[in-house]
Design a protein around this ligand. Sequence first.
Ligand code: SF4
Length: 279
Amino acid sequence: MVILADEYGFCFGVERALEIAGDALGKHGSIEIAGEIIHNGRVREELAKKGLSHRDSAGGIMGKKALVRAHGMGRKTRELLVSRGVALIDATCPVVQRVYDEALECEEKGIAPVIFGNPGHPEIAGVIDHLKNRPVVISPEDDFKKTRLPERFVLIAQTTAPEERFIELAEHCGRSGMDFTVVNTICPVVRKRKEAGSRLAETCGLIIVAGARASANTKGLADYLSRFRPTIQVESAEEIRGMDFGRSEKIGLISGTSTPGEVVEEIFDDIEKKIVYKT
Ligand code: SF4
């Protein structure tokens, strides 16, 4: 039996970015974007046909209209593009925007923002680019005891960062008597997805997480659920076709927040066809 999580498919931030992109393409015909709009090849191809051209970075934008994706864009890059005459269409997710705003507000008040997240992630790169001074960035993999922190700081998290590690970091800072405050900017949709996955893990022997390997929230969800049950991550129904589920126990199916709902439903149908139910 396959049990579909009560939460799957796009989050509101991705839905909103795709709507803004669709409206803008309808109005302007062709637009560029730095990086992938979402980590899904099918959606990317559909939008490319409508006129969305993906560039590797903001430096590659040659035209006069560019879409800012849900991950946001730092102030310095925005200013550079605007100075080159590029009109920006902003699809930054409001939850992500809060990370940028909180970090900038701290800096302007003279308190150091300390960012918890993956230094290689576009959201963190955007926040670094947004600030005047380079902030301390702490990765979830870091040994917190070895991290040097400013005298007074505000802890801010990447929206898709592992919350349990963020709490551990805050506890470590508290135990060490540091002068700091916490702004928990972790996305509530990401949190709810983990909760929905945990509910599946209570009754299912295997969890399948659908979504791109390049997607931070999908990988984070799969890593989190693998603590409770064997968990596999797949990008599409095609990947499921080569797998043998045999006479399987209950399988739980959930997705990251940038995975189209129809991809999850295709995977659901495919597993259903493969399972030989116990009698
Ligand atoms: S996962 Fe959360 S922060 Fe990221 S785009 Fe979706 S709603 Fe926004």
